[in-house]
Each structure stands twice: as C-alpha cells, then as structure tokens.
Design a protein around this ligand. Structure first.
Ligand code: 4PW
Length: 392
C-alpha cells in the first residue's frame, strides 16, 4: 500500500449509503490497494442527521448541499447513493467538475437521463475522469465464479437463462408508500429496483446481451398509507393515503444475441422470499445455478461427466482461489451481502489507479435502462415484442 489516497464524498446515507460506507471503510483494510480510500465528506440535506450518520459510519466532514462537494480539494470521487431522480444531475455535475463517480443502480430513472450521463462520462473519460454504476451482485464471489466458468466454456453454448429476484417486504397493503414505490423518485418499482439487478447479472454471467423482450407488469396494491418515517426497507405510515405509481412485479421473456432464450421475474410480493436472487443457466455442456439466499454456494452440473454419476454439485465458494475470497477468511468461513460492495470499491479503486475504464460502465447502465424501457413499452402495449435499442 502506498501513501496515496482517494478522497471520497458520498451523497446519501440511508440503506445504500450505509452499505457503501462499510465498503469504503473496509476495502483498504483487507485488500492491498494502490490508493487508500479516505472517507472525506458525507453529504445529506438534514445537518443533524448527516452529522450523526457521519459519526456512526466513519466520515470526517459533512455537507448539506451536494454541490459543495464539487469544489472540495479533499474529494476526488463522488459516490451517489440517492434515489434515482437525482442520479443524473449529481453525476453529470460531478464528472464536469473533474470528480470520478460511482453511481448506485439503476443508473437513472429514464433512458434520456442515462444517455446524458453516458455523454458526460465519455467527455470526462477523455480527461482521465472515470465512472462506474454500482451493480454490486456481480461481485458476489459465486457470481464472479459463474462468469469464469462460462468464459472457460464449462457449460458450452448457452440455451436457457432463468432469472428471478424475489422479495416480500411490501406484501402488507398497509406498508407505507416509501420512495421506492413512487415513480417520480424511483422511475419504476420492482422492475428498476431489483429487475435491473437480474438483467445485469444475467448479461454479466453469460457475457451476452438481450436483444428483445415481451413483458407484463402488475400493481397489486394501488394505494398505501403515506410514510411518516422510513429507514432502509422498513417504514411507518400515517393515516393519509396516496397512489402507488410503480409496478409491484414485472415478468418478461427475452432473447439473447447469442441465441439463448430467457425468462425474468422481479417481485416484492413473493411471500416468504426475502432476497432470493436466483439465476440458472443451461448450456450444451452443463448448467449453473445460484441463489443469493445461499450466497456462498454455486451449483454446477458438468454434462461431460459419466451420466451414471453426474449430478449438480455444490461448490462452496470460500476457497482462497475463488474470486475476491483470498483477501478475507480461511476456507469455509463465508461472506455476506456487504462484501459485494467492498469488492465493487476494490475493483473501482484499482481501475482508477491504473487508468482503466471501470465496469459496469455508465454505458452498461444505459443498456440495462434500455432493457427496462423495452419491458415497460411491452407491458403497456399488452406484451408486444420490443427490441432493445442498439441491440437489434
Ligand atoms: O439494490 C437493491 C435495493 O434497492 C438491493 O440489493 C435490495 O433490494 C435491497 O433493497 C433493494
């Protein structure tokens, strides 16, 4: 480790802000990094709450206006952990001010915003200013291992992709209308919040891209109590009610450029399923299956083995040779949700130091947004087939 630092200014300190804070705090303590993250400034609108969060999570200074981060010499990177309606404005201004940007997913609330962010990222890249969108589940070791096995040809030609993201935190119709259920703040509902993750994960693991989709969406609960207070995925409601303006669930089928067919389901109404992100890929020579609720495991079926003894084998992804794992604990001791954010930050810092373009890029984030947009168009028109812009 050198003495060089990367000053970070983070906007937002709720669920994602806490996850990113943990990542910035931990990355340089477990991984050998070329730049040591310096948790310089935490920014939030409420001065007292921001100061309390900064103290709790380890930030040295606070600001109440994100624009103040742009002029600070102790900030070289702006980490955007706000709801989607402010991603474009903050990220573009930060890039124009010469700050690297890490932006939470989904990149934006609309394709137009995402395009403007890509244009700003391209202009900034020419000046050595880099950006990344935070699809953290790519950096779960078992998911990264799945990608390696596909790259090595271990499952052959991919025929089927089956991806679901199942949660149940809004099953109760009295659960309040938090920002994730408001279109003007979140862009869409389950589709953008969790569907975006499985689109990114499926495209990442296959190394392929969706070319078209046919979809349906549903909003089961049309009105909810207005929120009084909320934190992460918990909230308390008032007696007033408001309209739910996003989807509760999105289902779609799709085709990949390489010929695979796919199905996707994103829902917050899968009673009993808490954070079940599942991906199964069937290829000509084998299959892979992952479930985030057993995130240290990857199932692998090797179709080249003797059929008499072949079967899905559970790889316990805790060996030091597995992606990211060597920096942590001895074999068998397992990692958690928060480690995916640490790995995101580790890869980002290494890319910044080397001058490499980090992935997923803003352009990758735009492409996911184009998939989400095609899903919405298809659902609105009654499940029409919608090509993905730029991929047809
Ligand atoms: O990014 C996602 C969130 O917005 C998360 O990984 C899980 O689903 C937790 O909250 C939502």
């Amino acid at each position: 480790m050198t003495g060089a630092t990367l000053g970070v200014g983070m906007v937002g300190y709720a669920f994602m802000g806490a996850a990113h804070s943990q990542a910035w705090r931990t990355a340089g303590r477990f991984f050998d990094l070329p730049l040591q993250p310096d948790m310089a400034v935490l920014c939030g609108r409420n001065a007292d709450a921001t100061a309390a969060a900064a103290q709790r999570m380890g930030w040295r200074h606070t600001e109440t206006d994100w624009k103040a981060l742009l002029g600070r010499d102790d900030v070289q990177l702006v980490d955007v952990c706000t709801p989607g309606d402010t991603h474009a404005e903050i990220a573009i201004a930060a890039l124009e001010a010469g700050k690297h940007v890490l932006c939470e997913k989904p990149l934006a609330n609309t394709v137009d915003e995402a395009k403007a962010m890509v244009a700003a990222a391209e202009a900034a890249k020419a000046k050595g200013v880099l950006s990344m969108v935070g699809f953290n589940y790519r950096r779960v070791p078992a998911v990264a291992l799945a990608r390696q096995l596909v790259e090595q040809g271990r499952i052959g030609e991919i025929r089927h992709v089956r991806a679901v993201y199942l949660q149940d935190w809004i099953v109760d119709p009295e659960f309040p209308l938090v920002w994730r259920l408001q279109k003007d703040k979140a862009g869409s509902g389950a589709l953008g919040d969790i569907g975006a993750h499985i689109v990114d994960m499926a495209q990442f693991v296959t190394g392929d891209r969706l070319t078209g989709v046919s979809a349906l969406t549903e909003t089961f609960v049309k009105e909810r109590p207005l929120p009084e207070a909320s934190s992460g995925l918990s909230a308390s409601g008032s007696s007033e009610r408001g309209e739910v303006t996003v989807d509760d669930t999105a289902l779609f089928i799709g085709r990949f450029g390489g010929g695979a067919v796919a199905s996707f389901e994103a829902t917050r109404f899968a009673t009993g399923r808490k954070n079940a992100i599942r991906l199964e890929i069937n290829g000509s020579a084998g299959s892979l299956a992952f479930d985030f609720e057993s995130m240290n495991e990857l199932s692998f079926y090797d179709g080249t083995e003797d059929p008499g003894t072949a079967g899905f084998r559970r790889i316990y992804v805790t060996e030091s040779t597995h992606p990211y794992v060597g920096a942590w604990w001895p074999p068998g001791h397992g990692l958690g949700y928060e480690h995916s954010f640490t790995h995101e930050v580790v890869d980002l810092v290494r890319d910044l130091a080397a001058g490499n373009d980090p992935t997923p890029s803003f352009a990758d984030g735009l492409q996911v947004q184009q998939v989400l947009d095609a899903v919405v168009r298809s659902a609105e028109s009654g499940s029409s087939w919608e090509p993905i812009a730029g991929e047809d």
